[in-house]
Design a protein around this ligand. Structure first.
Ligand SMILES: O=C[C@H](O)[C@H](O)COP(=O)(O)O
Ligand SMILES: C=C(OP(=O)(O)O)C(=O)O
Length: 357
């Protein structure tokens, strides 16, 4: 019998490019430390139901997902939420306002990947602190009476926070990813799929169809153990038009084309429009104009007695207009460290315009 000698570290074919593994607490540990509680759970479920009703056309309000491109400073995020909450209440008969609370940033190449990945923004990657900070912020925002919306990027991060989230997004860079479509099929809230960065809307429609089906895939359970996950499918998914490399796609022709493709796919003929990203050329001043154009289009459709196919709008908005580098010293309070955002005054004016539509 031949004996196989143990390989030395230098001979091993495993982990040749892994520098370290750091364990983190299991999802149920962090959730138990920062419990959702029955009162908040009731609020989250009510918000999810209202959002699903808007997306299905059972409620004719406009869904508005508004907030910073990314959260880097929880104090500024709460400050923003305190200003948004009374506006959300004032406009509640016409708009369903959800605060954008994005903790995970997909990058075109490299860059800061968000508060969960690197809460110190200094390369220390204290993911455990990032998870606790993120969860705690979500609970505080819910306590102000606002539903929250997050992009889901890491396939296992939802286990730590998704119970507090009323609406989710799959971004343009991951909309075609089977892993993210499977993830969406098991998420408990409505989920929007962005069109691809090249402007391809069909990949988002395919994402919605894939997520509506049940799937079986690799994941982790509540105790952080590797598991085979079986999902039931998510029927509350929709498409988000965000423009692409060939230009914006919020104009009436692009919206009609997207709606026709949804009809062809047998899906509800309703979409959300992202006023930022490629629809505004990442220009926050232009973003407000795009929102005005959408408000005008919705008004015209209603006036003509036609069905409104734009059921939601996304806005990138923070306390201060524009953006700064994440490396700025000192950082400007309330200003984005990723994409440019509308400042607070403009955001409030845009919400009022959307409410009038
Ligand atoms: O919304 C944020 C950004 O557009 C997205 O994360 C990509 O950013 P990047 O192109 O700066 O990496
Ligand atoms: C990353 C985002 O958008 P997109 O996926 O459309 O680039 C975002 O909304 O933060």
């Amino acid at each position: 019998m031949t004996t196989i000698p143990d390989l030395t570290a230098a001979e091993s074919t495993s982990d040749r490019r892994i520098k370290s593994f750091r364990s983190i607490p299991a999802p149920d540990t962090i959730r138990a430390e920062l419990p959702l509680t029955a009162r908040r759970a009731i609020a989250v479920q009510k918000d999810r139901d209202e959002i699903a009703d808007i997306l299905a056309g059972r409620d004719d309000r406009l869904l508005v997902v508004v907030g910073p491109c990314s959260v880097h400073d929880p104090i500024a995020a709460i400050d923003y939420a305190r200003r948004l909450a009374p506006l959300a209440a004032d406009h509640a008969d016409r708009l369903k306002i959800v605060m954008r609370v994005y903790f995970e940033k997909p990058r075109t190449t490299v860059g800061w990947k968000g508060l969960i990945n690197d809460p110190g923004m200094d390369g220390s990657f204290d993911v455990e602190r990032g998870l606790r900070t993120a969860r705690s912020l979500l609970l505080d925002i819910i306590d102000l009476g606002l539903p929250v919306g997050c992009e889901f990027l890491e396939p296992t991060s939802p286990q730590y926070i998704a119970d507090a989230v009323a609406w989710g997004a799959i971004g343009a860079r991951t909309t075609e990813s089977q892993v993210h479509r499977q993830l969406a099929s098991g998420l408990s809230m409505p989920v929007g799929f962005k069109n691809g960065t090249d402007g391809n809307v069909q990949v988002a429609i395919d994402g919605v169809k894939a997520a509506a089906a049940g799937h079986v895939f690799f994941g982790v359970d509540d105790f952080g153990r590797g598991a085979v996950v079986e999902t039931a499918g998510n029927q509350d998914c929709h498409v988000i038009l965000r423009g692409g490399t060939s230009g914006p796609n919020h104009d009436p022709e692009s919206v009609s084309a997207a709606v026709a493709s949804l009809a062809k796919a047998g899906l509800p003929e309703r979409i959300m429009i992202d006023c930022s990203h490629a629809n505004s050329g990442k220009d926050h001043v232009r973003q407000a104009e795009v929102a005005e154009e959408i408000a005008a289009a919705v008004r015209a459709t209603r006036a003509a007695g036609n069905p409104v196919t734009i059921s939601g709008v996304m806005l990138e908005s923070f306390l201060e207009p524009g953006a700064q580098s994440p490396d700025a010293q000192p950082l400007t309070y309330g200003q984005s460290v990723t994409d440019k955002c509308m400042g607070w005054e403009t955001s409030a004016a845009v919400l009022a315009t959307l409410a009038r539509s």
